[in-house]
Design a protein around this ligand. Structure first.
Ligand SMILES: [Zn+2]
Ligand SMILES: [Zn+2]
Length: 340
């Protein structure tokens, strides 16, 4: 079968590998679509080194069940499914408490175990979520990043009537905007890239105007200080901006993972009574299952963040486009492929 793999540092190629076997508790999924994100780029670029080469990429995948392990009772051949690509151990103290995102033995697909950018993938049945056949595959392919966004919004505790600000309008920022709008909250969005900002605004976010006030005036936004700030960009400048624009008593939820220290003294944290939260992925299985159910409802329509479609043969071009394309790049394995 064909798969898209990292074959040398920075080099993505479509290769041929054996179709995987599957165990009693697994299902074999014929992949139909895979979304790409910054995490995949980090593997390609070497910031998150692949365990070996060639390394099959991708973690945001959907497909149809091609075969079912003999011990699997709740899934059937032909079903449409989304893959939850973080396999928690189910036995550690964090897992026992339902805090599986904190699992110390978690296996991340595409990082610790080979990815899903292949014609067939074997997946533990516990991490496969069936969806109705009627669901638009372009919506379902957003299930994984939407689960990240939705869980962060849920964990933040934001409520209708509170002011919210999303920093960064990459695909994660756009999905956070959609989750807030779906909850009846119109977010401000701060994004210096014009195309990404325009996309966020087209989805219903309000631009936090960046005006170039006189040096030292510090008035770089038309948005009011926010009760809830969501940092999605993962760069130091955005994290600093997020902290500056929280209202007194506000909560800053970090999804982006900048490697730089935060610019905040304990004095300032206490005086402004801020709460800082880090939100990593989602907790198994509820957060992912609820996200798939939300997609099935059809109101949130996350396909609106998809912009560039590629075929499996064009995987290298797809990865090249991830950093520069406003909205999300995805690979359609269902047949026709795309123009990119
Ligand atoms: Zn991702
Ligand atoms: Zn665990």
């Amino acid at each position: 079968m064909k798969a898209a793999a990292l074959t040398a540092p920075g080099r993505v190629e479509t290769i041929r590998i054996p179709t995987p076997g599957y165990g009693r508790h697994d299902v074999l999924v014929r992949m139909t679509a895979v979304g790409l994100c910054g995490t995949d780029l980090a593997v390609v670029g070497g910031a998150r080194p692949a365990p070996r080469l060639p390394w099959v990429l991708g973690h945001e995948g959907i497909g149809e069940i091609a075969a079912v392990g003999s011990a699997v009772r709740h899934l059937f051949e032909g079903e449409t499914v989304a893959i939850e690509p973080n396999y928690c151990c189910g036995r550690c103290a964090q897992c026992a408490a339902g805090f599986t995102s904190g699992c110390t033995k978690r296996v991340a697909v595409g990082l610790d175990t080979p990815g899903v950018l292949a014609e067939y993938v074997s997946v533990p049945a516990e991490f496969v979520h069936a969806a109705t056949r009627e669901v638009d595959p372009r919506d379902l392919v957003c299930a994984e990043p939407l689960a990240v966004a939705r869980t962060a919004v849920h964990r933040s505790g934001v409520r209708a009537g509170e002011t919210s600000l999303v920093v960064g309008a990459g695909s994660q920022g756009l999905l956070v905007c959609l989750c807030l709008i779906d909850a009846g909250i119109t977010p401000y969005v701060r994004e210096p890239h014009e195309g990404r900002r325009a996309l966020a605004v087209s989805l219903g976010a309000v631009p936090a105007e960046v005006t170039s006030g006189a040096p030292g005036e510090g008035s770089d936004t038309g948005a009011p200080p926010a009760d809830h700030v969501f940092e999605t960009a993962g760069v130091a400048e955005a994290a600093a901006w997020a902290l500056r624009h929280a209202a007194p008593g506000g909560t800053v939820t970090f999804i982006g993972m900048s490697g730089a220290p935060l610019e905040l003294t304990a004095h300032e944290l206490v005086r402004r009574q801020l709460s800082l939260k880090g939100s990593l992925i989602y907790d198994h299985p509820r957060d992912f299952a609820e996200t798939v159910a939300l997609i099935e409802k059809g109101t949130l329509a996350p396909h609106r963040v998809l912009r560039a479609e590629f075929g499996l043969a064009d995987a290298a071009a797809a990865f090249d486009a991830v950093g520069s394309t406003p909205g999300k790049c995805w690979i359609n394995l269902a047949g026709t492929g795309g123009t990119g």
